[in-house]
Design a protein around this ligand. Structure first.
Ligand SMILES: Nc1ncnc2c1ncn2[C@@H]1O[C@H](COP(=O)(O)OP(=O)(O)OP(=O)(O)O)[C@@H](O)[C@H]1O
Ligand SMILES: [Mg+2]
Length: 474
């Protein structure tokens, strides 16, 4: 009775399946991909797997064959024409294999910001010290601002006294470490950071990046996690390049208009940003990001702003009792520190823009001593990099003090900040890196002042010679 009942159910299922199949497309063999028309009747397995009788037979044949020989190799099991690599897991779940790998979501689970975990300003600065030489004031201002920013973000819901956001504007000559400082900071704090370049920004609708693209950069840096992005940092470099253009009759789409477009971002607004793209178009999904808790840091070299400062100071100084010599400020190394909002306005920044960047600070130009330190002291100092390279050849590389100062002096002449150091060093190290590997007996190279100044060569010590000579030096 029960058998009869079961048979009925099976028959019914087959009937149903046939009905379904009427609407389905043709079956294909999962192994050799031939259609039912070509390969004949298929054997159906669960999960939509069909195997033609040829393949089934071949499987069994090879299995029998392999079983009988002593070393049974499973890899040969599916060694059949038309089949290259078979992932057995795909047979169990054929549809899953085609799916795009989903974005990591585990990160979302942990709290985005934990007030206790934010390092105190002195700790942030101490870590910055390991990488960035000098710029004490800038490091201090940034450590405090970042610390406060995160305190503000973390207490947002607890406190009804709204703490103002402290967007920053940093000014400093080229190559003094502006970009480097922000990059280092972002590495230390585990927060998403987007570094955008103001030169490529234009008013919406014009060729170039929309202003809002800086927010989508941040969103990308936060793995498309809106909540995380809303607590991130956006660094806009080369901000001086969006100064108002002087004497122009055309619409200033990459200058003043960009400043105006940035106003609402700086202050805090809901912006619609495309996910995974730089510009909005019909094909890209949009999401809303609130910029209220995003810390904006703007940086720029502001070339020639010294002239504006000088002009202002001279004007003040030339009147009445306090009248001064006109060239008093010409060689003042601290001239930039005297910058005011008024000077920036004269440079071409609009007042509304400046008003939204309450913390304005300057970085010093580098002097020779700082250059020497930059060469040798930071964690990834250029000298350490060369020393490491030569150490791989078991050659010791030393620079004497005079050489370091000579390199720094040469870099100072170029007026491009610390960037010049690498270029100069590269020039002198070329011969050394070329010659040293030729001779296995060389154990140590000492770069001397004479070598840098072109009046002599480097000191080269052979292996075995190095110990007595070094003690002599000491
Ligand atoms: N104070 C510093 N301490 C250590 N390294 C520095 C310092 N200043 C500059 N450098 C080195 O010089 C390189 C160039 O500096 P950076 O990119 O920060 O210049 P910048 O101030 O952004 O100049 P620009 O205005 O031209 O963009 C850095 O990658 C870094 O290696
Ligand atoms: Mg820079």
């Amino acid at each position: 009775m029960s058998d009869k009942y079961n048979d009925d159910i099976i028959e019914e299922e087959i009937q149903n399946e046939d009905d379904d199949n009427k609407y389905e497309s043709e079956k294909f063999c999962t192994l050799c991909r031939r259609s039912e028309k070509q390969a004949g009747k298929m054997i159906d397995l669960p999960n939509n797997i069909h195997i033609c009788s040829d393949c089934m037979q071949k499987s069994f044949d090879s299995m029998n064959q392999q079983m009988s020989s002593s070393n049974f190799n499973y890899n040969d099991l599916f060694n059949m024409p038309n089949i290259s690599m078979i992932d057995l897991s795909s047979l169990q779940n054929p549809t899953q294999h085609q799916k795009v790998k989903p974005k990591k979501k585990e990160k979302k689970a942990e709290p985005v910001l934990d007030l206790k975990k934010i390092p105190a300003p002195h700790k942030i600065k101490a870590t910055l010290d390991e990488y960035v030489i000098g710029q004490e004031h800038a490091k201090k201002v940034m450590s405090v601002a970042v610390y406060n920013h995160y305190k503000r973000v973390a207490t947002d819901t607890m406190d009804d006294i709204a703490i103002e956001k402290s967007n920053m504007l940093m000014i400093g000559p080229t190559g003094c470490g502006k970009t480097y400082l922000v990059k280092t900071l972002a590495k230390l704090l585990d927060v998403p950071l987007a570094i955008a370049d103001a030169t490529s920004l234009t008013e919406a609708g014009y060729i170039g990046d929309d202003i809002e693209s800086v927010v989508s950069k941040l969103l990308a840096a936060a793995d498309n996690d809106v909540e995380k992005a809303e607590h991130g940092i956006i660094f806009i470099d080369e901000i001086d390049k969006i100064a108002k253009k002087k004497n122009t009759n055309q619409r200033d789409v990459s200058g003043e208009a960009v400043q105006q477009g940035m106003l609402k971002l700086l202050e805090g607004a809901d912006v619609e940003v495309p996910i995974g793209a730089n510009s909005k178009n019909a094909m890209v999904p949009l999401t809303t990001v609130n910029t209220r808790n995003i810390l904006f840091i703007c940086g720029g070299a502001f070339p020639d702003i010294e002239d504006i400062i000088k002009e202002r100071l001279n004007k003040q100084a030339s009147i009445g009792f306090y009248a001064d010599l006109k060239d008093k400020y010409d060689n003042d190394p601290h001239l930039l520190e005297k910058v005011t909002v008024e000077d920036l306005r004269n440079f071409g920044m609009i007042p509304e823009f400046l008003g939204r960047l309450p913390i304005i600070f300057t970085l010093n130009g580098l002097d020779e001593d700082m250059m020497v330190k930059i060469l040798s002291e930071p964690r990834n100092a250029i000298l350490k990099q060369y020393q490491k390279l030569l150490a791989l050849d078991e050659v010791k590389l030393e620079f004497d003090d005079g050489a370091l100062h000579a390199i720094a002096a040469k870099a100072m002449e170029k007026d491009t900040g610390a960037r010049a150091l690498r270029a100069i060093l590269e020039e002198y190290m070329l011969d050394i890196m070329y010659e040293i590997p030729k001779d296995d007996s060389i154990g140590e190279v000492i770069i001397t002042k004479e070598y840098i100044e072109g009046t002599g060569g480097p000191q080269i010590l052979l292996r075995g010679q190095e110990v007595p000579l070094l003690t002599e030096n000491n």
